[in-house]
Design a protein around this ligand. Structure first.
Ligand SMILES: Cc1ncc(COP(=O)(O)O)c(C=O)c1O
Length: 424
């Protein structure tokens, strides 16, 4: 969408919504309400995306087929369950810029991260370090530290945390690349968020991957805050693996099945060590119940269990909507919404908060992280009681995201009005 110069009055928001080609998608989602029945201003898609109204039909279809067919549903359901997860493959691949064989929807995020590290973190005495950004999501920190300890190393000496410069909140791209250049020979794995959960900073995944590979490191990303938020080109950027969850921008529902990418160059590496399960076994002979594991080629070879159909069904509803809206159009609207929110927030030039998310549009997605100077969690809870749903991350950050599928410019306008008046 084309974005004129932002203006402070509400008429601007109304006009933007009127000319927004994606505005009608809002009607396809269930918007939470506060007790009086008024719709919330929901700015929390970075935490839990909203329910597509069509999710119910997708789910009910599978419940009906289960009721009517029992075990026969594996082959005779309207959408047979045996290959059901593949109904998501093409759309998932398109969303993350991958070949279909490079992606699979399975497990949950932290589980996939461990499965991938079991294969791709192979520390040696000379090359044992893992690089992560300081302040990465705790589950990622726990996961990498536990992997380091699992191999008898010590996070004190084997974990490198990328740290912002003094008095800065975000990392400088050049500092990331310089560290890789400097320490690369001892780094086994670079495993960073594609978008940092706390600051909302987008990292230059293409550059980080090239720099890491030049030094012989394995490169991976946690895309929990990136998938469905920013355009991704995983195949071309070339990381070895990536993992993400589907309950944030992807609207798959609480705890929904996660995603996993393994680059094509590893597709045939049947000798890679891995934790194996029957669903990763060569499909044609899976039911011959052989004792020896033979992995399928590609990302599917890392599957362990038969997939949870009832959890995949709502994700299909959302992925259909993504396919219809198109990531390019969503990104264009997202840039406009986030720029508009920043513009309005800076109007007040309040000394009560600062925006820690980078200003450059290629260094952020939908999320803005506001560091509050004098307010804490209670402030965020009070806003929520008034129907303004963002979230609080300790110690001082209020996170909000205007999501292009279901947020409007008026949402942004009304949020900033209420936020500004509450904070002063
Ligand atoms: C960046 C990041 N990594 C990991 C996780 C953990 O995800 P899960 O509970 O699905 O394993 C989250 C959850 O919000 C996250 O934001």
């Amino acid at each position: 969408m084309s974005v004129p110069r932002f203006e402070p009055g509400q008429e601007f928001a109304v006009a933007m919504d009127q000319s927004d080609p994606l505005a009608h998608f809002r009607e396809r989602f269930c918007m939470p309400k506060i007790s009086g029945g008024e719709e919330c201003i929901y700015l929390c898609g970075h935490s839990l995306g909203l329910q597509p109204k069509s999710a119910r039909d997708f789910l009910e279809q599978e419940l009906r087929d289960w009721a009517d067919l029992g075990v026969e549903g594996h082959f005779h359901a309207k959408n047979p369950w045996m290959p059901y997860h593949r109904l998501l493959t093409e759309q998932t691949a398109a969303l993350v810029g991958a070949q279909p064989a490079e992606v699979v929807v399975m497990n949950s995020l932290t589980v996939n991260l461990h499965l991938m590290m079991a294969s791709f973190y192979r520390p040696t005495a000379a090359r044992h370090k893992i690089v992560i950004e300081r302040g990465a999501f705790p589950s990622d920190q726990y996961a990498v530290k536990s992997q380091i300890r699992f191999y008898g190393f010590d996070p004190e000496t084997s974990l490198i945390e990328l740290t912002p410069r003094e008095d800065e909140s975000c990392l400088q791209d050049e500092d990331i690349l310089a560290l890789i250049e400097r320490e690369g020979d001892s780094i086994a794995l670079i495993m960073m968020g594609g978008v940092n959960y706390s600051t909302g900073q987008v990292f230059d995944m293409a550059e980080i991957t090239s720099a890491g590979h030049r030094k012989g490191c394995v490169v991976a990303f946690d895309l929990a805050h990136a998938a469905g938020n920013i355009p991704l080109q995983l195949h071309d950027w070339g990381p070895d693996f990536a993992v993400w969850c589907s309950y944030k921008y992807l609207n798959g529902g609480p705890g929904c099945v996660a995603g996993c990418f393994v680059h094509e160059r590893h597709a045939q590496s049947s000798d890679l060590p891995r934790y194996a399960g029957w669903w990763g076994h060569e499909e044609k002979v899976r039911f011959q119940m052989e004792p020896e594991f033979r992995p399928m080629a590609g990302a599917e070879g890392w599957q362990l269990s038969n997939p949870p159909i009832l959890a995949l069904a709502p994700l299909r509803a959302s992925m259909d909507i993504f396919a219809e809206a198109g990531m390019d159009r969503l990104r264009a609207k997202s840039v406009a919404l986030t720029g508009y929110m920043e513009f309005l927030l800076r109007q007040g030039s309040s000394n009560k908060f600062s925006i820690v998310t980078p200003r450059e549009e290629n260094r952020r997605g939908a999320q803005l992280s506001l560091r509050l100077r004098h307010h804490g969690r209670a402030f965020c809870e009070k806003l929520a009681a008034d129907g303004i749903i963002g979230d609080w991350r300790e110690p001082d950050t209020f996170r909000v995201a205007a999501v292009p599928l279901y947020n409007s410019f008026e949402d942004v306008y009304r949020f900033v009005q209420r936020f500004a008046s509450a904070i002063s």
